[in-house]
Ligand binder design. Structure first.
Ligand code: NAD
Length: 327
């Protein structure tokens, strides 16, 4: 039986990854500073603690693991990472987590280690035209991410690759592009655009409007969680290729189009009110040439299907919290 360590197992992607690994027959150690908010973990062992603390990291590496997945980060949507209000924490916390984990992962008890970087590390100057953004892996330099979150990701993917070169640590570095789905943060300020959109639509009375940040013409692509994990698992199973590689969808939409899609899914008659708010770059889309080439695979689930599943789950959360409010 293969052993895997999932750092960030109490979070959105980590929670789903634990389930995926269990379904494949792994023994899984989950680690996080908090329990998962929405589901009971399926990890065989779950250690709760702070990965900024070296002693705790040492404890998590008490076993030999064929695979380590490093997903823990100080993380949030545009309202968290693009306001500038949390930059010091974001850089310091995530930086130290990655440094600590690499220190212990370089022992010979580790098979491969996966690191989740982000499309936020791509330079802003290639993402000014919403209809024609450039995010091929080789466009990363000269570096100019538009957020400190992106700079930290760039630093950390470089240090993972440096450990690969100097200590022969088998690393797999992926750049995720907006992963979404059920069982992720949907309220409280750290939620990302797809979840925020679903919540706003679920909360809005029929024949009203929802607020959307910016002019709504900014573009993005969004990848459903199951597809993300398929990419991660295929990447981990691949030989030699360390990345960085994009794991994202090439189905680019404007933010207003995303809002309209959710309104249609809900069946409600709503309009959009575009207001000032943090937006990030003007345009971003995954470029899947490299993943097609290296893994002979790319995501294919239409955005509307993933959004339908996500809306259903968030609508349930909204209705349940309304009921609790009434009691
Ligand atoms: P998430 O916030 O749901 O999960 C991150 C987890 O890390 C959380 O459960 C958090 O408690 C944990 N964590 C934070 N600080 C910790 C600490 N000091 N010690 C222990 N645990 C700690 O985020 P997610 O969406 O699941 O993202 C997972 C990874 O993927 C992150 O590295 C994120 O930057 C990256 N990523 C995500 C997306 C996306 O769209 N969700 C896009 C690009 C990159």
């Amino acid at each position: 039986m293969k052993r895997a360590l999932v750092c960030g197992a109490g979070g959105f992607i980590g929670g789903h990854l634990v389930k995926r690994l269990k379904s494949e027959g792994y023994w899984v150690m989950g680690v996080d500073i908090k329990d998962h908010e929405y589901v009971k973990t399926q990890a065989d062992e779950f250690l709760k603690g702070d990965l900024r603390n070296q002693n705790f990291v040492k404890e998590t590496f008490k076993y030999a693991y064929e695979e380590v997945y490093q997903l823990a980060a100080d993380m949030g949507g545009a309202g968290y990472i693009f306001t500038g209000n949390y930059d010091a924490d974001i850089m310091h916390n995530s930086g130290i987590i990655n440094l600590n984990i690499l220190e212990y992962a370089k022992s010979d008890k580790i098979g491969k280690i996966f690191y989740s970087s982000s499309a936020c590390m791509y330079p802003e100057h290639n993402q000014l035209d919403p209809n024609n953004p450039k995010c091929s892996e080789d466009s990363a330099y000269p570096a100019a991410p538009d957020s400190e979150y992106g700079w930290e990701k760039l630093f950390s993917e470089r240090i993972f690759l440096a450990f690969n070169r100097q200590y022969k640590l088998p690393v797999r570095v992926a750049r995720f592009h907006n992963i979404f789905g059920p069982e992720g943060t949907w309220t409280g300020g750290r939620e990302k655009a797809p979840a925020a959109m679903c919540r706003k639509v679920a909360e809005a009375p029929d024949n009203s409007s929802i607020e959307v940040w910016g002019d709504g013409k900014q573009t993005r692509s969004f990848l459903y969680i199951d597809e993300c994990l398929e990419g991660v698992r295929r990447f981990m199973d691949s030989k030699e290729f360390t990345g960085p590689v994009n794991i994202g969808s090439e189905e680019m939409v404007s933010i207003n189009q995303l809002a309209q899609m959710v309104m249609k899914i809900s069946g409600k008659n709503l309009s959009i009110n575009n207001i000032d708010g943090p937006q990030g770059v003007r345009g971003r889309n995954s470029d899947n040439k490299l993943i097609r080439e290296k893994l002979n695979w790319e995501p294919s689930l239409p955005l509307t299907e993933g959004m339908t599943r996500t809306y259903k789950w968030i609508n349930e959360q909204v209705q349940n919290s309304k009921l609790k409010g009434i009691k």
